[in-house]
Design a protein around this ligand. Sequence first.
Ligand code: SAH
Length: 214
Amino acid sequence: MEDTYRHQGLRKRMITELRERKLTDEATLLAMASVPRHLFFPDKVFLEKAYEDIAFQIGAGQTISHPSTVAIQTGLLQVKRGMRILEIGTGSGYQTAVLLELGAKVFSIERQHELFMKTKALLDQMKYPAKLSFGDGYLGWPAYAPFDRILVTAGAPQIPAALLSQLKPGGRLVIPVGGENKQQMVLVSRGEDGQFTQEICGEFSFVPLLNDRN
Ligand code: SAH
């Protein structure tokens, strides 16, 4: 659980690079500056890689997203302190930690049991108070709905209806939608009148959001 000067230096450089690319807002960058991304990696051997703008294998065929992707998704959400956020795809827990640093209450679902167990232990150890669930994110989390924000960190063939219904009026849902290799980042905003509007915010490549049949 070490966060050495070397790691802190690499992290500062990562934030500077994201800032130069104008990828997101200051609040998001400050949150990312506080999270030791290397501790979410599966093996110490790779620690130097943790602050490069790359995705990385975290086991069970899954990846921790690029820092730039985390910055973009988090920026699109426009998180405010105290908001309730549903995250689909806990994975390594890195994105979860960034949302917690922004002062949100985070509810996160992971469907791979191995990752769920590992990440739960890690976030507990790091004292990140997320509410985690092992299950299928297609269904959302009705017991804690509605949510101010919903973030999906895997590529979905379409927007799951359950997620739309669990979004508060005035809420935002960020989800990559498309095929197995490429998706469009979709920002769904729900008006106070309950109506949805969509905006496309660039092309990305996420691991697929899987349902119970695959
Ligand atoms: N936010 C993560 C990114 C993980 S990759 C991070 O920062 O590390 C996407 C994750 O979504 C994987 O862990 C994968 O197992 C999970 N996933 C895929 N389909 C899912 C589903 N239907 N419900 C919940 N999680 C799912």
